[in-house]
Design a protein around this ligand. Structure first.
Ligand code: ATP
Length: 869
């Protein structure tokens, strides 16, 4: 058998028994049976048992095992069993959380999995890449990833980047002619498409020849082991903190052990002291809380149309201070409607277009021939600019499909945002005629002639001035102006030179109104200390008009064109960017420079993009945002977030959520650390003043592992509240655990430790050490649960925010039920070393536990009023 690259397109189609209309449903099923699905072997997720066992690697576990042994030696066998039981329970909980978080992230990934366009039963359809089968007719455009290997059967200026496969980063020109050679290297098989490469230019069609593991990339097994999700800076930060803390704890525990021994306490009792301290101090829930909150947060973002592709970006999202946004479709509705046309010095409304007028007719026809939007059964699909042109044709009862069938396209130069032009070639009345449409500034430079009612003549300075003047006045109304030109050629294949020496013959002006929510979202941004910037391929005057309408371009702000920043040095650009809020006629390279300039000024930059050329800028930005609807697969792949509704206001919402997720993590961490600090301080105090250990290890274990995780998770899901977007963006270079945070943790720890030791003394006076320990344990446990309400937000609670997060109350109630069972149920009392308490003792515990809530809230009020002074 011949290789596919040796076959002609026809032979390939015959080989796979596929027609131009694509496979039938039946053929698709047969193909899956015969060749399998387009799936690479998935990276196996870690087995839950492994996750379970890895929970025992923790430092805390080792300490607790020592505690279990010490308890056994001291004859407290029940304690030993409880410690072991709690350890196993904790490992089970840890495993469940881990698996859940992983599943949630996996399903989010599936949301942003790539798709492909295929022709089946005469219909173009977009399907998940995994559903492409051998024999399918794949249709590719600039920015598409190739879903499987295929033999090219149609190509129009098609170029591919095959670096994933060949390592060569320069794009390869593709063609359809067979190659009559044996043993052709992959890089030279220029009529083949390979999975995982992507289209950088042009478009084409191919018959799929191999899918899944049969494809070239599928055979390179090592590439499949896709990288594991790296831990985020926040997770790393906290892990490092945890390690340092562990070291510190060992030192302090050793000190406490020494102190007890020096005082003459027995070895076992001194050991118990040291172990209690260690158990109290280790914040075991810390890193799992971060993972859970991040996973829950990304799920919520996805519900609000922002899909996070890279977990660490959730953290930077909250510190974004610059949003560079596209105009068309993101700030505007992307529903273009032609308002006026202009030919030979006359501007007419769309209603006054006259089919009998030669230039009017030519303009409308050129709009139909030189565009790709099509009418399907129920709607028009394609680029909105071109849909507007098809709508215009309909006004004159011209059907784009009929027109394109009677005057077929012979060759084309597809639109790209660098050239800002699109050109097609067709035979009209026996002559090869080229139509070009595109940006007026570009076409004016490329036109040597002009067509008026009197015919074609060389273009003069006065014509250029007239065109520029009308363009200016239309653009000033926020209209997008598209220029049209034509020429004759001799060849039947287009090259870029055919876009020179054109005959300019008219303009079409269309309206793309701003989205209703844009202005409000821009205002929210500005209030939140975030600067919104418009970066568009559109004309400067149009862009400025729209930017002014929605509040991006304000008094004193400037609008620049891409060309104007081209010659600026890095330093000059850095100086310029703070005063510019609109960049027009920008090419993708300019975007990278603008992002870098802002980054040099210390800002965290979010940047939107959709085209294949936007990928480098999306990667350069701290948060690259790809458009879900209009964006290319390559842009989505490079982005850290994908907007499923392409809407600017979604970015603002996502930033709000990013701020809230970061706050929630910080608050949950504060909750855990302040509680632990209270435990440490109480034990340290007892050790220093020569009391007996105020808690047994099981007590601290109970608090740290059972009652503490519930409020921490509840704090993690605190909804975003109004204050968030009134703050300035967080300084990304500041660590989460800064000085102010440390001081708060310490102060709150002191308050809780004080009430705990008060309870201890009360108990000691009323019933001896056993009762004292029970009271200290119950007070520490309950006051930490109640303190969960304090930790929900930095601001003091108000009536409005008090009940905003029902989960905190649920966690509180559950915690109280757990604590109550241990305190009141006889069998549990024995296991948890509990002495029975009287009603008045229980009441004291209740009252003491409310003290931290009152003190901390008062403190927040005082702090707030001081800040406002
Ligand atoms: P954004 O604001 O998202 O950058 P844009 O549509 O304004 O979007 P581009 O798509 O890069 O930016 O378009 C730049 C210019 O190219 C437009 O102002 C218009 O003059 C021209 N143009 C746009 N679409 C087409 C098209 N389909 N064919 C020919 N020219 C086009």
């Amino acid at each position: 058998m011949k290789n596919f690259y040796q076959m002609s397109p026809e032979e390939t189609k015959v080989y796979f028994k596929v027609q131009d209309v694509g496979l039938t449903k039946e053929q698709v099923r047969e193909s899956i049976e015969k060749h399998g699905e387009n799936k690479l072997e998935e990276v196996k997720s870690v087995h839950p048992m492994v996750v379970f066992l890895s929970q025992f690697k923790d430092f805390l576990v080792w300490i607790l095992l020592v505690a279990a042994i010490v308890s056994a030696v001291m004859g407290k066998l029940e304690s030993t069993l409880v410690i072991i039981a709690v350890l196993i329970l904790n490992a089970i909980l840890g495993t469940v959380q881990h698996v859940k978080a992983e599943q949630s992230l996996k399903s989010l990934k599936a949301l942003s999995s790539p798709s492909a366009k295929v022709m089946r039963e005469g219909q173009i359809m977009e399907i998940p890449s995994a559903e492409v089968v051998v024999g399918d007719i794949l249709i590719v455009d600039a920015g598409d990833f190739i879903a499987a290997d295929g033999r090219l059967i149609e190509s129009s200026s098609l170029q591919l980047n095959e670096s994933a496969l060949t390592g060569e980063s320069v794009s390869v020109d593709k063609m359809i002619e067979p190659i009559h050679k044996e043993h052709v290297a992959l890089g030279d098989q220029v009529n083949m498409l390979f999975s995982s490469s992507y289209v950088t230019y042009g478009r084409g069609k191919a018959v799929i020849t191999a899918v899944g593991t049969q494809s070239e990339i599928g055979r390179i097994a090592t590439l499949l082991k896709s990288a594991k999700e790296k831990s985020t800076p926040l997770q790393r930060n906290l892990d490092q903190f945890g390690k340092k803390l562990a070291l510190f704890i060992i030192m302090i525990s050793a000190l406490v052990f020494g102190l007890s021994m020096y005082r003459g306490t027995g070895v076992m009792d001194s050991m118990m002291f040291a172990i209690s301290l260690a158990v109290a101090a280790i914040p075991e829930a810390l890193s799992s809380i971060v993972t859970i909150v991040l996973a829950l947060g990304t799920r919520k973002l996805a519900d609000q149309n922002a899909i996070i592709r890279k977990l660490h970006s959730v953290e930077s999202l909250g510190s974004v201070s610059i949003i560079c946004s596209d105009k068309t479709g993101t700030l505007t509705q992307n529903k273009m409607k032609v308002q006026h046309i202009y030919t030979d010095g006359e501007l007419v409304d769309v209603a006054a277009i006259d089919k009998e007028d030669k230039l009017h007719y030519k303009l409308v026809m050129a709009g139909l021939l030189c565009s790709d939007a099509v009418t399907t059964e129920d709607k028009r699909i394609g680029d909105p600019t071109e849909i507007a042109l098809v709508d215009l044709g309909e006004n004159l009862h011209l059907d784009e499909l009929v027109v394109r069938e009677s005057i077929p396209r012979l060759s084309e130069l597809p639109f790209d945002s660098d050239r800002k032009l699109m050109t097609t070639l067709q035979h009209i009345d026996g002559e090869a005629i080229v139509f070009t449409k595109g940006a007026i500034d570009v076409l004016l430079k490329r036109s040597k002639f002009i067509e008026t009612k009197d015919g074609v003549r060389p273009i003069e300075e006065a014509d250029i001035i007239a065109y520029e003047k009308i363009n200016h006045s239309l653009s000033d109304q926020g209209l997008r102006v598209l220029a049209f030109a034509w020429r004759k050629v001799d060849e039947s294949t287009l090259t870029l030179e055919h876009e020179d020496e054109m005959i300019l013959f008219g303009l079409v002006a269309m309206m793309d109104p701003p989205r209703e929510e844009s202005a409000a979202a821009v205002e929210d941004c500005i209030k939140a200390g975030i600067k919104p910037i418009m970066i568009t391929g559109d004309h400067k005057i149009t862009a400025s008009a729209i930017a002014r309408q929605i509040g991006i371009l304000r008094d004193g702000d400037m609008a620049y064109e891409g060309a104007e920043i081209e010659d600026l040095t890095e330093a000059e650009l850095i100086q310029l960017v703070p005063s510019v809020s609109v960049y027009a006629r920008v090419s993708p390279e300019h975007k990278i420079r603008i992002v870098s300039a802002w980054q040099s000024l210390g800002h965290i930059v979010a940047m939107t993009g959709d085209g294949v050329n936007d990928a480098p800028a999306l990667k350069q930005a701290d948060i690259g945002i790809a458009m879900g609807i209009t964006g290319t697969e390559v842009a989505k792949d490079a982005a850290s977030m994908v907007l499923t509704d392409d809407n600017f206001s979604t970015i603002v919402k996502a930033i709000n959520n990013g701020r809230s997720i970061y706050d929630n993590i910080k608050n949950a961490v504060k909750f855990l650390l302040s509680g632990n600090t209270a435990g440490i301080l109480a034990v340290l105090y007892a050790s220093v003043v020569g009391l007996q250990a105020p808690f047994a290890p099981v007590h601290l274990l109970f608090i740290n592992l059972l009652t503490d995780s519930l409020p921490a998770i509840a704090i993690g899901v605190e909804p975003a509240h109004g204050q968030l977007m009134k703050r300035k963006p967080r300084d990304a270079s500041k660590p989460i655990l800064d000085r102010a945070f440390g001081i708060e943790v310490l102060l709150e720890g002191i308050v809780i430790a004080t009430v705990t030791m008060t309870a201890y003394y009360l108990g000691l006076n009323q019933g001896g050490h056993g009762v004292a320990m029970t009271m200290a344990f119950a007070t520490l446990s309950l006051s930490r649960l109640v303190h969960g309400i304090n930790c929900r937000m930095d601001e003091p609670l108000t009536f409005k925010t008090l009940f905003m997060n029902p989960f905190t109350y649920l966690a509180l109630i559950l915690g109280i039920v757990l604590l109550g069972s241990v305190l009141l149920l006889k069998p549990l009392q024995g296991i948890f070393e509990i002495s029975p308490l009287s009603i008045s003792q229980l009441t004291s515990i209740g009252i003491l536990s409310l003290v931290p809530l009152v003190v901390v809230q008062l403190g927040k009020h005082v702090q707030k009023s001081l800040l406002h002074k």
